[in-house]
Write a new protein. Structure first.
Length: 217
């Protein structure tokens, strides 16, 4: 990857194809996401907090929800495995929005600038279906998006090529005519291999330079 996070195609004017739409990831691109943000409120001891996040409510376990596994089933199974932490596991389900402490600085402003220019906006997110139903009403920014592919609803996650194929069909643009923005290297590489133009997200300032270089803002 270059310093701009662009892979597969150069900047506008340097051989990149025309971009007709911009496709965002959500977590850690538009909004922050961190399990610790919730559980630091509930577990006072730092060592115990680290252990809990490494062994009980882990990101890897959470990703089952992103893949479409029912949340209630996951919670019941985990509570049976860790009965001493049943209340904390229940908090994961009930208070999930507290794992999203706020926006990623600067990204929402870029989304709004793209929308003001009339650039079609879409998203592909690894997100549990039940959690998305909780989260989406809190985010009017997504009113600017034409369609959002949610992994938990589709039961397929990035970087599986199937979710990119589904998204391209649903968004109505050829992959080569879309810029896909994601913080996860594996997701970016998967999209690039399928012909998408890509940006490996690090921060809004770097993304702004890339979008400007492509003539999108």
């Amino acid at each position: 990857m270059s310093d701009t996070g662009v892979s597969g195609a150069g900047m506008a004017g340097g051989g990149a194809s025309r971009i007709d739409a911009v496709v965002f990831d959500v977590g850690r691109v538009i909004v922050q996401w961190e399990l610790r943000a919730l559980f630091a409120k509930l577990i006072d001891d730092p060592a115990e907090l680290d252990r809990f996040l490494a062994e009980v409510v882990t990101e890897q376990w959470h990703f089952q929800c992103d893949a479409g596994r029912p949340l209630a089933e996951m919670v019941r199974e985990r509570q049976a495995q860790f009965p001493q932490h049943a209340a904390l596991i229940d908090a994961y389900a009930r208070r999930f929005l507290e794992t999203i402490p706020g926006p990623v600085p600067g990204t929402a402003a870029l989304v709004e600038r793209l929308a003001a220019r009339g650039v079609p906006l879409f998203a592909i997110t690894n997100f549990g279906a039940e959690f998305w139903d909780m989260f989406r009403p809190t985010q009017p920014l997504f009113d600017l998006f034409g369609a959002i592919v949610v992994s938990g609803r589709e039961k397929v996650m990035k970087p599986d090529p199937a979710i990119f194929a589904l998204a391209a069909e649903r968004f109505g643009h050829a992959p080569r005519a879309m810029l896909f923005i994601d913080d996860n290297h594996a997701n970016v590489e998967a999209a690039a291999a399928l012909g998408w133009q890509v940006h490996h997200f690090r921060d809004a300032e770097t993304l702004e330079r890339d979008l400007a270089g492509r003539g999108l803002i």
